[in-house]
Design a protein around this ligand. Structure first.
Ligand code: ZN
Length: 237
């Protein structure tokens, strides 16, 4: 289901069983942006069908918030230009070189290339692991990139955050909305979720300077600015 936030911004709900994340969609006068590509071709196609159903144009660009599979592996089915920071593309290049099968997955688990948490969700999303296709984003940037979609702007910024090294947030100034992907979450290390208060403090500080009223997080309901900073405050003690 597609939820409408404003006359130009839509988003979906996360799904726990398959780890499908929240996807965003901003419609400019000339161009449209999708935020995160979904976890599979099936997920991406389902999203495109929702747009079609609403009479919304297909996206021209897809901004990737970080390289985790659930946010990127749908890119192959979107038919738009993928955009990421260089670090995300580098990680996805490694994923694209992998062979996906049951036997290979056993190796990846043993070697720690894929975590158990991800494997369970990947198997729920992909009945046949061979269906996994990793497409690389065509457009890359180092620290920040601004997209003028016509009357609407998206500012992509790579920020230090507690979840990954390659996290990018997507700030939509006219909507006063911010998509952070998983950047507000802890890091998955082996089987454990590990918080990094030092990085969280840097992340929270950068977000404080941005003028948004609502924040969209990768696997939960949208939060108001106050709810987001309360959550950060609890973790920072
Ligand atoms: Zn993630």
């Amino acid at each position: 289901m597609l939820y409408q936030f404003s006359d130009r911004l839509w988003y979906t709900q996360a799904e726990e069983a398959t780890d499908r994340p929240v996807l965003g969609y901003l419609r400019g006068d000339k161009l449209a942006l999708m935020i995160d590509a979904g976890n599979s071709a099936r997920h991406a196609r389902q999203f495109l069908a929702l747009l079609d159903h609403q009479g919304l144009p297909r996206p021209d660009f897809v901004a990737l918030t970080h390289s985790h599979w659930d946010h990127c592996y749908g890119l192959c089915a979107v038919g738009a230009q993928g955009i990421s920071c260089t670090a995300t593309r580098k990680n996805l290049k490694q994923d694209a070189a992998l062979v996906w099968s049951d036997a290979a997955m056993q190796n990846y688990l043993a070697q720690g290339i894929v975590q158990k948490f991800c494997e369970e969700h990947m198997r729920a999303e992909y009945p046949r692991l061979e269906e996994i296709q990793v497409e690389l984003p065509q457009l890359v940037f180092e620290e920040t990139l601004t997209l003028d979609l016509g009357g609407r702007t998206a500012v992509l910024r790579r920020l230090t955050n507690p979840h990954t090294e390659d996290g990018v947030v997507v700030f939509l100034p006219e909507e006063r909305a911010l998509f952070v992907g998983d950047a507000a979450y802890e890091e998955l290390v082996g089987a454990d979720w590990v918080d990094h208060p030092d990085k969280l403090a840097v992340f929270a500080d950068a977000l404080q300077k941005m003028d948004f009223t609502h924040c969209f997080i990768g696997h939960g309901a949208p939060m108001t600015r106050a709810e987001l900073f309360d959550w950060f405050g609890q973790r920072l003690g």
